[in-house]
Design a protein around this ligand. Structure first.
Ligand SMILES: CSC[C@@H](O)[C@@H](O)C(=O)COP(=O)(O)O
Length: 379
C-alpha cells in the first residue's frame, strides 16, 4: 500500500506536510483557498499532479462550504463567475512551471463557461464545478496505472529487443514521482512499481535530488514502504553509477512537456539525460496528458521557477519541543550571510536526449533521424 498525499472526508481536506517527511507524518487541514495556495507555494505538498489535485479539491470544498452559508454569489450566473474566477486565478499563481495546475484551473473555467452557456442557474453551475473539480483529483490514480503499464511493457520489450538482461531491470529515477507527488501510484515511480509488481525489476536507483531532497526524503520512504529493492545515490554520482553498473533505463516525471517533447522536470534531470545519452541508456519521461502543453512550441517557452535562496542553504530535520512550542531542526550548510545563490527548481531536457514519452494514451518515440517528437498519438 503506497503513501497518501491528500485525504478527504466530505468538504474536509488534509494533506501530509512533506516538509516534515520522513521524520514526522503530520496531516494538516486545508480549509481555505489561501491555505491551499500557501501549502503549494511552500511545498508542503508538491509534485505536478498532486498540486493540481489539491487546488481542485480546495476549490470544490470552498464552493461547497460557501453554498451552505447564505450565499449571494449564486443569485445569477454572472455573480458565480465573479466569485469563481478570482479564486482560480489566485490558485494558478502558486507555482509557475507545473502546467497541471494551469490545466486544472483552465478546465474549471471551461466548465464555468459551458454551464453558463447552457443557461443553468447559479446553483446548478456550482454543482457542475464541484463535480468537475472532484474529477480532476479522482482520475489521477487510474491514468497513472495506465501510463505505468504502457511504459513498463514498452521498456521490458525494448531491453529484450536490444539483447538485454533476463534477470530484471535496473532503473534510475530523479526526484519523487510516486503517490506523494500524485493522487496515488505515481508516474515514473508508478512505472518502477509496475516493473516490481510484474517481476521485471532488479533494483531502483534514485538520486537524493538536492536541495529539497525529494529523493532521499520522499522516494526513499515510498520505496521502503513498497518494499522495492532500491539504492540511493548522491546527485553527483550519476556518471559513476552508469560507468560501474548495468543501468537499463532512466525514468523521470515531468512538470511541463512542450509540443516538440522538450521536458521541464526537477533540477538535475538534464544532467542525468546528458550522461544517459553518453552511455546510450534509454531516457523515458512518464506524465499525464495534462502535463503536455501544446501551446508551448519548445522548452525555451517554459517558465522556470526560481526558489528562495535559503532553501539551497539548509537541510531540514526532525521536530523537537522548545519552550512549549514544536520546532523543526534545521541545519545550515553554508556560511552565515552567503550571497550569490542560484536555485532554479527545474531544468529543461531537450527532446533530442529523450527516448520515449509515455502518457495514459501510450508511448511516443521519435522517427528515425528526428530530434523532436510528434506527440499527437499520446495526447
Ligand atoms: C509525478 S511528479 C512529476 C514532477 O512534478 C516531479 O518530477 C517534479 O519535478 C516535482 O517537483 P517539485 O518541485 O517537488 O514539485
Amino acid at each position: 500500500m503506497g503513501l497518501t498525499s491528500i485525504k478527504t472526508d466530505g468538504d474536509k481536506i488534509e494533506i501530509v506536510n512533506q516538509l516534515l517527511l520522513p521524520h514526522t507524518t503530520e496531516f494538516i487541514e486545508i480549509s481555505t483557498i489561501d491555505q491551499a495556495h500557501d501549502a503549494i507555494k511552500s511545498m508542503k505538498i508538491r509534485g505536478a499532479p498532486a498540486i493540481a489535485s489539491l487546488a481542485a479539491l480546495a476549490f470544490a470544498s470552498d464552493l461547497s462550504r460557501a453554498l451552505k452559508a447564505p450565499a449571494d454569489f449564486v443569485s445569477s450566473p454572472g455573480t458565480v463567475r465573479d466569485y469563481v474566477e478570482p479564486i482560480l486565478a489566485h490558485l494558478y499563481t502558486a507555482r509557475p512551471t507545473a502546467v497541471n495546475l494551469g490545466a486544472a484551473t483552465r478546465r474549471l473555467t471551461a466548465t464555468l463557461d459551458a454551464s453558463i452557456a447552457a443557461g443553468k442557474t447559479g446553483h446548478a453551475i456550482c454543482a457542475d464545478l464541484i463535480a468537475e473539480a472532484h474529477r480532476v483529483a479522482d482520475e489521477d490514480v487510474g491514468r497513472n496505472k495506465k501510463m505505468s503499464q504502457w511504459g513498463g511493457d514498452w521498456l521490458v520489450n525494448d531491453v529484450k529487443q536490444s539483447g538485454g538482461t533476463g534477470n530484471g531491470l535496473n532503473v534510475m529515477t530523479v526526484c519523487n514521482t510516486g503517490s506523494l507527488a500524485t493522487s496515488g501510484y505515481g508516474t515514473a515511480l508508478g512505472l518502477i512499481t509496475y516493473l516490481h509488481e510484474t517481476g521485471s525489476l532488479a533494483t531502483a536507483y534514485y538520486t537524493q535530488t538536492t536541495p529539497y531532497h525529494q529523493g532521499s526524503r520522499l522516494t526513499a520512504l515510498e520505496l521502503q514502504t513498497l518494499e522495492i529493492p532500491s539504492v540511493m545515490i548522491c546527485d553527483t554520482m550519476v556518471g559513476s553509477l552508469f560507468q560501474h553498473h548495468n543501468i537499463h533505463a532512466v525514468v523521470v516525471g515531468a512538470d511541463r512537456i512542450a509540443k516538440n517533447g522538450d521536458t521541464a522536470n526537477k533540477i538535475g534531470t538534464y544532467n542525468a539525460a546528458v550522461i544517459a545519452a553518453r552511455h546510450q541508456i534509454p531516457f523515458i519521461v512518464v506524465a499525464p496528458i495534462s502535463t503536455v502543453d501544446l501551446a508551448v512550441a519548445d522548452g525555451s517557452g517554459i517558465p522556470i521557477e526560481q526558489r528562495p535562496a535559503i532553501e539551497a542553504c539548509l537541510v531540514r530535520g526532525a521536530l523537537y519541543p522548545s519552550e512549549g512550542e514544536t520546532k523543526q531542526a534545521v541545519v545550515m550548510i553554508t556560511p552565515p550571510g552567503l550571497e550569490g545563490i542560484y536555485n532554479p527548481s527545474f531544468d529543461v531536457t531537450p527532446a533530442e536526449l529523450i527516448t520515449a514519452i509515455v502518457t495514459e494514451k501510450g508511448v511516443a518515440t521519435k522517427r528515425p533521424g528526428e530530434l523532436v517528437f510528434d506527440l499527437s498519438s499520446v495526447v
